[in-house]
Unconditional design. Structure first.
Length: 154
């Protein structure tokens, strides 16, 4: 029996300890906002927060989670509305097909929260998610707008 805290809720699951967190989230808990992309932690479509840090859930065995809380895109929003990152994504029309966007939003959110003093270049290096549609200029504009709203510069 595996015990986790996912999106603030305790869950008990009868799954194999080596099962990737991605499949626990999608298949066992029905949280399909986290996407399967590559299965080798290269693309980032499966990015979730593990105790506030961005991790690739496709290669994270559920047994490695321990007591660290898992946050998925489903619970990222704040009471009463979207997070600043989600709103910036809308304002800058970041998504094209949208498949990678939940992972991208999770990665950017963690990067901005955990490295608020990082330069734009450092943030872009931290967020290594892949977007096959090539919306990277929009992502950069969204990140820059978030930093400008907080009174930061590169």
């Amino acid at each position: 029996m595996i015990e986790l805290t996912v999106n603030g809720e305790p869950v008990k699951l009868d799954v194999e300890p080596e099962m990737p967190l991605l499949w626990v989230l999608r298949n066992e808990l029905g949280l399909t906002g986290t996407k399967f992309g590559c299965g080798i932690a290269a693309c980032g479509a499966c990015t979730v927060h593990l105790d506030g840090e961005a991790v690739r859930s496709c290669v994270t065995p559920v047994s490695a989670i321990g007591d660290r809380p898992v946050t998925t895109i489903e619970s990222l929003s704040q009471p009463g509305g979207l997070t600043a990152v989600q709103q910036a994504w809308i304002d800058h029309q970041v998504p094209q097909c949208g498949y990678c966007q939940s992972g991208m939003v999770m990665a950017v959110s963690a990067a901005l929260d955990n490295h608020p003093d990082a330069s734009d270049e450092e943030l872009f290096d931290t967020v290594s998610n892949v977007c096959r549609c090539g919306t990277y200029p929009r992502v950069a504009n969204a990140i820059r707008s978030l930093r400008a709203d907080r009174g930061e510069t590169a």
